[in-house]
Each structure stands twice: as C-alpha cells, then as structure tokens.
Design a protein around this ligand. Structure first.
Ligand code: BDR
Ligand code: CA
Length: 306
C-alpha cells in the first residue's frame, strides 16, 4: 500500500477523493491538510471533517493551513462547487476540531515520524506544500513523491490556458516543481475525461449506506451545478492513479509554471522530441522532469473508483 497525506480544498471532487482514499485498502491516509481554494478555509475544514465522519474515519487528523495564496488574495469557486463547496449535499456538521498544530506542522510531524517515506497528494492550490518545503526542507528526504491534481498540457479551465489549482497560487506550484521532490502531474488532460454516467450517480444516491449515498449525491449535484463538470470524479482520479498507475499514460517532461501576463498559472509542458534553441543557449523553460499524465483509460479508472 501507499501511505499518503492528502492536501485538499474540499470541494465536491476533493470529497470524492477523500471517500475513495479512505475506502481503498491500498491507500493509508495518515492525515489531511486543508487550504483555501474551492471554498474559504473554514468551510474547507468543516467540509473535510464532515466527509470523514460520513466515511467512518473520524481518527484521521485534519489540520487547517493557508487561508490565501502566497501573493494574491483568495478567490472564490462557488460557481463550480456551490456556496458550501459541496454542491449542497446534506451532511451533519462534525463535532470534531482540526488539530492545533496546523497544516505545515501536521505534515512535518507525520513525515518525520513515519518509518516509510510518504506520498503527498495535492488536490488543491499548493500553498501549504510550498510553505512546508521552504520552511522545513529537512522533510524532503521523507517524501516519496508529490502527486498533484493541477496544470494542463493543453486547455485550461480557470483561464484559456491555466488550470484552477495552479492559477490560484502559481508561485506555490513553481516552488513545488522546483523543490527537487519527484512530481506526478494529474492535470486537465486526464481530469476532464473520467466521469460517472448520470444513471449511475442516481443509483448511488439511492443507496442505503452513507458512503454510497454521499458519493452519488456529490456526483449528482455536480451535474446540476455545472454542465461542464457532469459526473466528473475529478480529484479522485489522482488517487486512482496511485492505486492503478497502468490506467494512465504518462511521459516525463520538463514543466514550468508561467508567472506573469495573461498566461499566469499556465503549466508549460515541453513535449518536444529534440532540444531547441532555448536548450542550446541554456535558457530552457525547465530542466526538471515531471511525470505528466497525458492519457487515461477512463472506463478502467471508473470501474476502480466505483
Ligand atoms: C481543480 O480545481 C477544483 O475545482 C477541483 O477540486 C480540482 O482540484 C480542477 O481545476
Ligand atoms: Ca480540489
């Protein structure tokens, strides 16, 4: 199995990812850290706790992290995830509190305490990860790799070229990609292709067990909330890719985050087969290889998720 820390901005599809990760025997969730993104920080923490209660996993520690990106003000994504970030799914508030050590403190402690290196799974803007890597570089040897949902080698969603998580905090993503930790990018090239048919979502929502019901309602509400996101398992796909890496086609490519102009937040994935002028003149966008997910067997992944 793989021992992970999830970093989330719960968020409809972050909730799906949490439910999948907690349920799957090959994933050992050691902790969950929260960051502002799809919703404000307090809402993200509250959503994460109530999803863990629904998943029957009340012992996983949860910590609150950054309430805004490194440089810019926080932005809202309520048009995609609803005012509460969960598309209006009805779940009781949790009686639990987040751990007082905070996101960076929790990640650091879990990493240093673990006898095996941990995988950081970032499903949100990467502010918490950037702060961790910059303030506590001693944790780096304890990180197996960073699997992040973010970026795109093709089309964007927040802007024509930028994906939301990277666009929300481009400096943080740049810090993560430059950290020297091996990275796996699960971007829009695959994210946009794994969705549950409406009938399947409806059948799940009618189930008696709370896990099935919540997954079905989350998927169904997503259908109502935004046509473009119909039934997408979204962030959950990044966790599925850890369980079944063969379901995804990847290439190791240099990736750089654009930090200025209209393309701010774009991930430039260098897919050339031969070095160009920039490489010859020492001005290449990046030399750091990232494993980039470019194709997915959507049916296979959907079977795994369901
Ligand atoms: C990403 O942004 C959020 O809307 C989703 O939860 C996902 O992490 C997609 O761009
Ligand atoms: Ca997310």
């Amino acid at each position: 199995g793989t021992a992970v820390i999830l970093d989330v901005d719960t968020g409809v599809d972050d909730a799906l990812a949490i439910l999948f990760a907690v349920a799957h025997p090959d994933i050992d969730v050691r902790g969950i850290t929260c960051v502002a993104g799809n919703a404000g920080l307090e809402q993200v923490v509250a959503n994460t706790l109530r999803i863990l209660d629904a998943a029957g996993a009340p012992d996983i520690p949860v910590a609150a992290g950054a309430r805004r990106p490194l440089i810019e003000a926080a932005r809202s994504a309520t048009q995609v995830h609803g005012a509460d970030g969960l598309g209006g799914v009805e779940l009781a508030a949790s009686a639990r509190q987040p751990t007082p050590e905070g996101a960076v403190g929790l990640m650091r402690r879990l990493l240093l305490e673990s006898t095996v290196p941990l995988t950081l799974v970032a499903l949100a803007p990467q502010t918490n990860l950037a702060l961790l890597l910059r303030t506590h570089p001693e944790v780096i040897p304890h990180i197996e790799r960073i699997v992040f949902m973010g970026g795109s080698a093709s089309v964007g969603n927040a802007t024509a070229v930028a994906e939301f998580n990277v666009w929300h905090d481009p400096e943080a993503a740049a810090i993560v990609l430059d950290s020297g930790v091996p990275c796996y990018m699960y971007g829009l090239d695959v994210f946009n292709h794994v969705s549950v048919p409406f009938e399947t979502a409806r059948a799940l929502a009618a189930r008696a067990d709370i896990g099935g019901r919540v997954v079905g309602e989350l998927l169904g509400n997503r259908v109502k909330a935004a046509g473009d996101y119909s039934g997408l398992i979204g962030d959950a796909g990044a966790v599925c890719a850890i369980v079944d890496p063969e379901a995804v086609g990847t290439q190791v490519r240099p990736v750089r985050v654009e930090l200025s102009g209209y393309s701010r937040g774009q991930t430039v994935v260098d897919r050339r087969e031969a070095a160009g002028e920039d490489v010859l003149h020492g001005s290449a966008a990046s030399t750091v290889g990232v494993e980039v997910a470019l194709a997915v067997d959507a049916e296979r992944m959907l079977r795994l998720f369901l």
